[in-house]
Unconditional design. Structure first.
Length: 264
């Protein structure tokens, strides 16, 4: 008479899905430092196709997640007060990389954010593409220093006015606190204000396999930027960029030139 033994499954162990399609991916040595504070915890037990499991209340990043570098954005707000009806104002800015200070040409009291941006970009110590301005006529104006200034802090601009009309017209400039610490990476988000909305070479990587925050290697997971990759495993799309669906392929491909996409 034969014997039978009970069997109980203690755990499920398997190789997680990987984006790399061969054994020779172009990796970033040491991985990247993930800023888990920008990752939202799941609200229910979550399983992926390969059995990867993240319990309710914990955080994870999926294989194929596009990770971008966080950089403090230098954002300042210029506010006109006292409701002037005429006159001009100027802004003076110091380039933190060269310590060179320059002042804009006079701007009309009812200038737009685009006018402010163009006046700053025309300065020899700023340059085109290194500043973005927004806001309606008479402000307030939002000014963000980008490009060559990413990773450095631009001191609060100073302003000078020759306003007329209104009631004791004036102008103030305030600077927002840095939004991130350089050197960390997080999931691409086109609406992020901490640098993760920017796709650039050497600052954009793809997570090769899923990782939980509680995993031993979660702070420095393996990421790739080249080699053969399964296209359908990369979190990117052709419709609209978002945190959930990733960046547009048209924006992602130029910053990962070493990738060879293959179809499963």
């Amino acid at each position: 008479m034969g014997s039978s033994y009970g069997r109980q499954v203690l755990d499920q162990v398997g190789a997680s899905i990987q984006v790399s399609a061969d054994a020779n991916p172009v990796c970033k040595v040491g991985g990247v430092t993930v800023d888990w504070s920008v990752v939202v915890a799941v609200s229910a037990d979550t399983y992926l196709e390969d059995g990867f499991f993240c319990p309710n209340g914990e955080k994870y990043l999926r294989y194929g997640q596009v990770l971008t570098r966080e950089n403090p954005l230098n954002t300042q707000t210029v506010t006109i007060t006292g409701s002037p009806t005429g006159g001009t104002f100027t802004l003076t800015v110091v380039n933190p990389l060269t310590s060179v200070s320059m002042t804009t040409a006079p701007l009309a009291w009812n200038a737009t954010g685009t006018d402010v941006m163009n006046a700053l970009a025309a300065l020899g110590n700023i340059g085109q593409g290194n500043v973005f301005g927004s806001g309606p006529a008479t402000g307030p104006y939002g000014v963000t220093f980008q490009g060559i200034f990413v990773g450095s802090t631009v001191a609060t601009m100073t302003a000078s006015t020759s306003f007329t009309g209104g009631s004791s017209p004036g102008i103030t400039v305030t600077a927002a606190a840095p939004t991130a610490t350089p050197g960390n990476w997080g999931p691409y988000d086109p609406n992020a204000t901490d640098g993760r909305a920017t796709l650039s070479r050497e600052d954009t990587y793809i997570l090769n396999a899923s990782v939980r925050e509680m995993d031993f290697h979660s702070n420095h997971p393996a990421v790739i930027q080249g080699g053969m990759m399964w296209k359908d495993r990369i979190l990117a799309n052709t419709v609209a960029a978002s945190l959930v669906s990733g960046p547009l392929w048209s924006a992602l491909l130029p910053v990962i030139p070493g990738a060879f996409l293959v179809k499963s």
